[in-house]
Design a protein around this ligand. Structure first.
Ligand SMILES: O=C(O)CC1=CCC(=O)O1
Length: 96
């Protein structure tokens, strides 16, 4: 199942900088592992914001939920999820 996910990060200024950097490094490793596994298809920075737009290809809602709640930055994120399906004009065949 394909999902568009928007993540906006809001790290409180009260969090010590070293701790924030440690969480960001864990976040990078976590997301890159999921990219290598083919579950996190794309990640783009939203221009001018500490936010990203990502595409996920996962088995079901439960798997996406587990991935998102496992993000090291999850406690500092606002997340919105939109399920996607084939557009009738698309020339690409999506795997089922
Ligand atoms: O910087 C972000 O947009 C938050 C984030 C999600 C995965 C990652 O590596 O960083």
């Amino acid at each position: 199942m394909l999902f568009k996910v928007e993540m906006t990060v809001n790290i409180p200024s009260s969090l010590p900088a070293a701790q924030a950097e440690e969480i960001k490094a864990k976040e990078k490793a976590y997301s890159q592992q999921l990219q290598r596994e083919g579950k996190w298809l794309h990640i783009w920075r939203v221009v001018g914001q500490y936010a990203n737009v990502s595409l996920f290809d996962v088995k079901d809602n439960q798997e996406l939920h587990e991935i998102l709640t496992g993000l090291p930055l999850f406690p500092y994120m606002e997340i919105s999820v939109q399920p996607l399906c084939q557009h009738p004009s698309s020339i690409y065949v999506e795997k089922q």
